[in-house]
Design a protein around this ligand. Sequence first.
Ligand SMILES: Cc1ncc(COP(=O)(O)O)c(C=O)c1O
Length: 387
Amino acid sequence: MDAVYRDTWTEINLDYIAENIRSIKGILPQNQHLIAVVKANAYGHGDEQVARVAVEEGADMLAVAFLDEAIALREKGIQQPALVLGAVSPMHIEAASCHNIRFTMYSVEWLREAVKQCANLQTPFYVHLKVDTGMGRLGIRSKRELEEILQLLQNNPNIVLEGVFTHFATADELNSEKYNVQYESFKETVTYLAERGVCPPYIHCANSAALLRFPHETFNTVRLGIAMYGLSPSMEMKKVLPVTLKEAFSLHSRLVHVKRVHKGDTISYGATYQAEGDEWIGTVPIGYADGWIRRMQNFQVLVDGHFVPIVGRVCMDQLMVKLPKKYPIGEKVTLIGEQAGKQISIDDVAGHLQTINYEIPCMISYRVPRLFIRHGQQWGRTNYLLS
Ligand SMILES: Cc1ncc(COP(=O)(O)O)c(C=O)c1O
């Protein structure tokens, strides 16, 4: 069944994602490996479709947060090598190894357990060593641990060190002090490994912020996330972006009911909105269960090229807007995106919610179908009925 009966959808412009990747590759040194970060359903954009486009645009590898996300990609037919960035128990190595999935090795204890799990594997298992240079999340923090890891790897050739990496805590801030400390610390580790003849094929530290600001400090691989989706890693960085990024995610709905209310009439739970006179009120079928949370009350949407306010509380599946005039049922409502030259950007929504842009597409739930645009045309969509 391929029907979609809902009047609310997101549009994911995969052409923009492809263009963003091309623009970003344009500022990087030649022959960099590209790891496309498609965790969290590709930041809410659709993991399968984004992965396909990223691979078409030259991604060598995909990165996800946990093993289930990687296996889900396999089940959708994506075969590119995939790296799990988060912590996965070595107990799951066998499940990963048959899917061409590599794990992050983040401690000596992890490797000791992995050695046991790999004892009977028929093929080598690939790992990327995570070095904690200041993020304080995952990774080894000392030379002693590094030495122990090298020793264990030497004695266990069925575990192959395919990569070494770190993650920056502040690359999106214009003050580079902490970034520099982390970068130098990582460089030292890479040099230490090289001096011992250990040169894994993938050496990576740069997320979007780091690769956009310091494209020549990326070793031989980048991990590209937020900028691929057309978003700036921070508001600070927006002013200094070296490339034009195109926002790929937009969110739309339609008016399903339009009515005239009169002075004193109230709208929605808690009766928090009271009409000041005769007003046109439209009902839009999107609510907090779709990720358009209650704090979106008093924000705005676009109708017929006009910014109109969300009035009254946002319900689980619906919200109400105050219209400048009567509009027909079915009139398009844009919650994120453009209408008649006006725009509500993801950064605008993030600003209203006092959060970062990363969170916004991630919070739009599986209930909202993703409709994909590729080569200027509709290229399939997700379907709630099949999910
Ligand atoms: C380890 C790691 N690398 C890379 C990324 C991608 O970062 P960004 O989306 O800022 O490019 C993330 C995202 O959170 C991450 O956790």
